[in-house]
Design a protein around this ligand. Sequence first.
Ligand code: C2E
Ligand code: CA
Ligand code: CA
Ligand code: CA
Length: 279
Amino acid sequence: SEMNASVEEKLVLLEGMRTALEPCLEERDGRCTGADCQFQLLYQPKVDLRTGQVFGVEALIRWNHPEHGLISPLRFIGLAEESGMIVPLGEWVLRTACFQTQAWRDAGLPPLAVSVNVSARQFEEKRLVERIADALRDSGLPPQALEVEVTESSIMRDLARSVEKMRELEAMGVALSIDDFGTGYSSLSALKSFPISRLKIDKSFVSDLADSLDDQAIAMAVISLGHKLNLRVIAEGVETEQQRDFLRANDCDEMQGYLFSRPVPPERIAEMLAASITL
Ligand code: C2E
Ligand code: CA
Ligand code: CA
Ligand code: CA
């Protein structure tokens, strides 16, 4: 739909984004106090396939537009990326996710890790590592509780510099995972030099897992490649028990998807965690 959007539509959306972001950026503690806050983070649980435990969440942005209603990130992240607005927007996501995850900890809930999506332009930005360090320091979240999800194509844009940046994050204690693995252009020889902890099997390979022998082969290959490189492998977009059973039988480590939970507001995560204590 973004391809079809006219230049004018894009400009209107962009201007709306700028306006919507203003009150968010005033709050450095990751909370927008104004009722006018249009951006919101939802969190989708990540589940360990062996224990069934929720060990982390992925932060996913939503835009509640006053006139257009809920706008999918698929419609505005690309635009934010093109315009450079992804940098302040992404920083808001990062800070909000860190403060929220620390707030769950402060509330005495079982500690979770949080994953934040970082787009290509954000990943390339010079001050990324500094911004991450600031968000961790200001929120009090331990670096080990933060994971950055980045796509292969973002990394491959400037391989040498990316590896340098990944090393800096690793030295800080922040985990890195490769998002949408298998959908982009990636080099297996480069992969081995990445200081990453996880591969994420894209949901396009998971949706037909029950019927497609090709997708089964791809999922199995990614799992075994990941394990041989000492990485954990997570599958996204798991919607059915058959998909989960296949992944579990083939030694996939973790999953996320509608089968367990959709992305939900932070209060719902707190409830889930509280329920897991009394079990
Ligand atoms: P992604 O990082 O690959 O995230 C997975 C997408 O799949 C999310 O869509 C999630 O809601 C959806 N999903 C999760 N489980 C299932 C399932 O079982 N079935 C199906 N059909 N879908 C499932 P969402 O939230 O619309 O986000 C779309 C994309 O927008 C993300 O893809 C990510 O690339 C980008 N995005 C979202 N939030 C952010 C953000 O804060 N920053 C950046 N840079 N990008 C973001
Ligand atoms: Ca992701
Ligand atoms: Ca992605
Ligand atoms: Ca994906």
